[in-house]
Design a binder for this molecule. Structure first.
Ligand code: G6P
Ligand code: ZN
Length: 559
């Protein structure tokens, strides 16, 4: 006799619209009145008979409410015909690890409980997202369907099962429904071991003249970093910090950028004694920040530098890259690499989901976004630890055979060599967080009106306009069109500025202003990005009348 189903009535909650990366709201919203159960039931109902007898995975970033949420989800899975759920121990699974699990075990999909880089806790954020068969974030056709079901939902179907102990690895069988608890590293760490040369990395990380610091920011990579860097690669224990996964991320904001990963930044900028390499990852382990000693690698540069060195340094790419891709606002360093290496190149809207089709179609091996996301087709998500291991692989390869005491090639050396070869795309992003939505929308409408009357050749300060538009993307694989993906002004010297509203906030609006300028003059390559971009930043602020519309005279975060 299969698990019996307890039907419970419910009524719709407005606004359960799944955004760029799932549904995100304040935790207190999710914990009230079946809010979570409604969304999960809507997901299962929208998939209909497709999910009968299927296996999915479940896990998350360790934030507050995940463990209770996991029990609710398990009961709904049991009540909706799913036959097996593979759960990360203690409900922990990093986003890229869930993607790896889905792919390695040919699962129907997976649920990830995370609000990514947003803070966690009872008064902070919570979130959930669904990944589909090839491990990719759910396509819009699915998220639109979920939304439709949330608007009319009236019944929740819970399987009549007790809470399952998720703290121990093992299998719990019910009639027709199984819960399998696995280590959070399952399938993922073995995959990384195939992608990278762990022997080479181990030899490098054991050098006494190389020191690294990985900051897990009390988030999910804390469950992976000691195993990967210390246990498997032999780095000293002091190489990883903040690895206790805490429900509130230690009160921090687990977003690896120069503002929120300040503790790590301070260590790497502490002078001659600073470690040689630093890295951090976000709440759910998909973002990354890469630092050298006193040196920041911008994410737009990082993906280009990884792509340029991948074939030589990472076994997974030994036969070369199929192609590369970046999101539209991401700086164009990757374009230069693609052109020089003769690689197919794609520019997609912001959002990892847009890379999935390209990868599934065998068109793209490495992709990245300015929003601190970098990854490859080993999974269908961005992968913070993959980016860190990629950089360590480049350093290890470049320093192979160096005698003790010989000067090592540094992160900074690699970046500077890259700029000398490809030119430098200076890039910066200004974020204006927590702006009132009406004000942000009014500013965007104003910028749209400037675009409507702009013509090629118009002068914006010293810059001559090539074109201005609202970015639209046609997917080369399935022909789907995504419009209104960012207001961009591109100038004849290929400088650009772009305005977009964030799609990942949980309240109010965040305005993002992206600034980019290409430089090949050797005397200017090492300039500070803020100095190099100053005049273009001023032009962008003036064009948008940002201060006038929002009252903000400075951004909340600069990257
Ligand atoms: C998430 C997605 C990324 C995307 C980013 C953009 O992290 O996974 O693919 O680049 O959000 O966020 P935004 O707040 O700019 O919409
Ligand atoms: Zn994330």
């Amino acid at each position: 006799m299969p698990v019996s189903v307890l039907s419970r009535s419910t009524s719709p909650h407005a606004g359960q619209k799944t955004g760029t990366s799932g549904l995100r709201k304040k935790t207190s919203v999710f914990t009230s009145d079946n809010y979570l159960a409604n969304w999960v039931q809507a997901l299962f109902s929208s998939l209909g008979s497709e999910i009968d007898g299927q296996t999915i995975c479940l896990g998350g970033d360790g934030r507050y409410f995940n463990r209770e949420a996991a029990q609710i989800i398990l009961k709904l899975a049991a009540g909706n015909g799913i036959s097996r759920v593979i759960v990360g121990k203690s409900a922990i699974l990093a986003t890229p690890a869930a993607s790896a699990l889905i792919r390695a075990r040919s699962l129907f999909g997976g649920l990830i409980m995370s609000a990514s880089h947003n803070p966690g806790g009872p008064s902070e954020d919570w979130g959930i997202k669904f990944n589909y068969k090839s491990g990719e974030p759910a396509p819009e056709r699915i998220t639109n369907e979920i939304f439709k079901f949330t608007e009319t939902i009236s019944e929740l179907k819970f399987g009549d099962i007790p809470d399952v102990d998720l703290a121990v690895v093992g299998t719990t069988e019910f009639d027709g429904f199984t819960v399998e608890v696995v280590e959070c590293t399952a399938e993922y760490v073995p995959l990384l071991q195939q992608v990278f040369d762990f022997d080479m990395l181990k030899a490098f990380l054991s050098r006494p003249d190389f020191r690294m610091k990985f900051d897990a920011m009390h988030a999910v990579t804390g469950a992976y970093a000691p195993k990967i860097f210390c246990e498997l690669l032999g780095a000293p224990e002091s190489s990883v910090v903040n690895c206790g996964v805490l429900e509130d991320f230690g009160g921090g904001h687990p977003d690896p950028n120069l503002t929120y990963a300040k503790e790590l930044v301070d260590i790497l900028y502490s002078g001659a004694d600073a470690p040689d390499f630093g890295a951090a990852s976000d709440g759910d382990g998909d973002r990354n920040m890469i630092l050298g000693k006193g040196f920041f690698v911008s994410p737009s540069d990082s993906v280009a530098m990884i792509a340029a060195n991948a074939q030589e340094c990472i076994p997974y790419f030994k036969d070369g890259l199929k192609g590369v891709a970046r999101s539209m606002p991401t700086g164009g360093a990757l374009d230069k690499v693609a052109a020089k290496m003769n690689l197919p190149f794609y520019e997609v809207p912001t959002g990892w989901k847009f890379f999935g089709n390209l990868m599934d179609d065998g068109r793209c091996s490495i992709c990245g976004e300015e929003s601190f996301g970098t990854s490859s087709d080993h999974v269908r998500e961005k992968d913070g630890l993959w980016a860190v291991l990629s950089w360590l692989s480049i350093l290890a390869k470049r320093n192979e055979g160096k005698a003790a005491g010989e000067k090592l090639v540094t992160v900074e050396d690699i970046a500077k060599e890259h700029w000398a070869k490809f030119g430098r795309n200076f890039f910066s992003r200004y974020d204006y967080e927590g702006v009132e939505s009406e004000k942000a929308n009014a500013m965007m409408d104003h910028v749209r009106s400037v675009i409507a009357s702009a013509k090629k050749g118009d002068k914006f300060g010293e810059f001559e306009l090539d074109f201005a538009d609202d970015f639209e993307y046609t997917d080369p694989v399935d022909g789907s069109v995504a419009s209104k993906q960012g207001l961009r002004f591109v100038f004849t010297d290929s400088s650009r500025f772009i305005f977009r509203l964030s799609g990942t906030g949980s309240s109010g609006a965040t305005i993002r202003m992206y600034i980019e300028q290409y430089e090949t003059d050797p005397s200017k390559l090492e300039m500070d990005a803020q100095v190099a971009l100053k005049s273009l930043i001023d032009v962008a602020l003036e064009t948008s009348k940002l201060e006038e519309f929002t009252g903000r005279d400075k951004p909340t975060v600069i990257t």
